[in-house]
Ligand binder design. Structure first.
Ligand code: BYC
Length: 477
């Protein structure tokens, strides 16, 4: 566990001051980052004091500084988990050899691509969420939003550090480009689909932090297995921050479910009638789940991918919890079942496991998503209601991979265009649904108060009560 040095202009635990070239590169990128933050980060609130967690050591669960910080004064920096001098490559062709401290020339391009794709998602999510502060359901939630935003900003720093430190001139160009692409920009969009979708309301935000940040967890965990040790150590620290983001999603949706159940019980109404009392009906939640889950499934890439095979066999990217798996970690002759479509039917086919890495990771992710749904369904069952939230079929509403271009119902039936058009308003949020959710989004900033559509959290943050003043607003003039 190392302490982070906050006496430097760029806080870090990698002895930046000993590396003049890297320090110069990062110092020249820093004002560009700040310009981006001011132009495309959270709209408003930049002068308010937000109760935030800042890492002091690499053990953020035990050692974090908690206190009021103005967002632009947050100390973004470079934090890596401590090296393990005995670490060896966990998978692929070079399994068992010492991990790399430099990028091998032959893997420079694919490694840079992985770092760039990862880096691109971080500022994208901040851009997607920039307007949400104005409709926060509570001060507790507003704080959480800003914690996520500053940490995603730091994750961008984490990738820019790798680009600048290990990829020379190309890396510096890519670091600049990460601030030039923007979410939803028709000329320079973000690289992956889900990061160009808007996050217009807090229901979408909670869905995003549950489903899309969870893709982040699985991708980062795979990169944590990388033979390129600086990447592994960088993402291991990011994963520690990521846990809080997913907590926000899991508990945020649980609180919406809870409130809806309360309204149903209290008023003896069901279905859309909950809207009369300002609630979000369970059917509508299901549609949001269908949307965010399917868009996030696309983030894993095609079922069969030669890129993914190369990443694994060269040791650049492993599987989730690679070292805990009970196989040879090389998988040269191994096979894996992947979905396929044939004659209008969904089936599976046995494929080389190396090519099926994206699907392997997607399968692990699906199991994890199901845990969240099961916990929300318990809330519904405890309220005595006969309703179950479900993950739609993995082929539903997909734009990437074997299911792209084919319509499947949430139950997994292949349907024609006509049946899709007839059913889609029951499966995905309609314009009217979005407007309704939008109409609920009014800002609540009195400490301890909650918007009507969401239940309070069970506990506050860092042992503070729910009614704690998580954001101190500067006098509005
Ligand atoms: N949208 O062979 P394929 C996070 C591209 S989230 C658009 O199937 P591959 C976070 C693909 O790039 C985690 N394009 O792909 C969460 C490839 O293009 P190139 C982010 C897509 O390479 C919340 C081409 O299609 N990290 O951290 O096997 C908040 C061929 O596809 C999409 C990573 O993703 C798409 N959905 O796998 C903040 C980890 N999917 O390269 C942060 C790093 C694919 O031929 N990335 N394409 O031009 C990877 O491991 C891989 O790039 C992917 C794609 C798994 C994404």
């Amino acid at each position: 566990m190392t302490r982070i040095d906050y006496s430097q202009q760029i806080p870090n635990n990698v002895n930046l001051s000993d590396n003049r070239r890297l320090l110069k590169a990062l110092e020249s990128w820093q004002p560009k980052f700040m310009r981006w933050w001011n132009e495309l980060g959270p709209v408003g609130f930049q002068g308010d004091d937000v109760y935030l967690r800042t890492a002091i050591t690499t053990d953020i669960k035990r050692d974090s500084a908690w206190g009021y910080v103005k967002l632009p004064d947050y100390r973004w920096g470079v934090f890596l988990l401590d090296p393990d001098p005995n670490r060896t490559i966990s998978h692929g062709e070079f399994k068992g050899q010492p991990v790399w401290q430099e990028v091998p020339g032959e893997f420079r391009n694919p490694l840079r691509r992985l770092v760039v794709v990862q880096g691109d998602t971080e500022p994208a999510s901040v851009e997607q969420q920039r307007h949400l502060g104005h409709t926060c359901p509570s001060v507790y939630d507003l704080r959480n939003l800003f914690q996520v935003n500053v940490e995603e900003g730091r994750h961008l720093w984490a990738m820019v550090y790798l680009l600048d430190a290990y990829f020379g001139r190309d890396g510096r160009d890519e670091a600049e480009a990460l601030l030039e692409r923007h979410s939803g920009d028709s000329d320079k969009p973000r690289i992956l689909g889900a990061f160009n979708e808007p996050t217009p309301d807090w229901l979408s935000f909670f869905m995003f932090t549950f489903f899309t940040d969870r893709d982040g967890k699985y991708q980062l965990a795979s990169l944590a297995e990388s033979a390129f040790d600086p990447l592994s150590r960088t993402v291991q620290f990011m994963l520690r921050e990521e846990a809080h983001h997913m907590f926000i999603g899991t508990t945020g949706i649980a609180r919406v479910v809870q409130r809806t159940c309360e309204l149903i019980r209290q008023h003896g109404v069901d279905g859309r009638d909950v809207r009369r009392f300002g609630g979000i009906e369970l059917d509508l939640l299901q549609k949001y789940i269908n949307l965010h889950y399917s868009v996030s499934l696309d983030l894993f890439g095609s079922e069969l991918s030669s890129n993914a095979a190369t990443y694994f066999s060269s040791g650049l990217k492993g599987r989730f919890l690679e070292t805990r798996r009970d196989d040879d970690h090389q998988l040269v002759n191994a096979t894996y079942q992947v979905p396929r479509l044939e004659g209008g039917l969904v089936g599976t086919v046995e494929a080389p496991a190396l090519n099926a890495m994206n699907e392997t990771l997607r399968d692990d992710y699906i199991v994890d998503c199901q845990r969240g749904l099961s916990s929300w369904n318990k809330i519904i069952a405890r309220a005595g209601l006969d309703f179950e939230l479900r993950l739609p079929h993995r082929g539903f509403n997909r734009q990437v991979g074997v299911f792209a271009g084919t319509h499947l119902s949430p139950g997994g039936q292949v349907v024609d265009d006509q049946a899709w058009r007839a059913g889609v308003h029951e499966w995905l949020p309609t314009e009217e649904d979005r407007e309704y959710v939008g109409s609920l989004m009014t800002q609540v900033i009195e400490p301890g108060k909650m918007a009507n559509w969401i239940a309070p959290p069970a506990t506050g943050i860092n042992g503070k009560p729910v009614e704690f003043e998580y954001v101190r607003f500067e006098p509005r003039g």
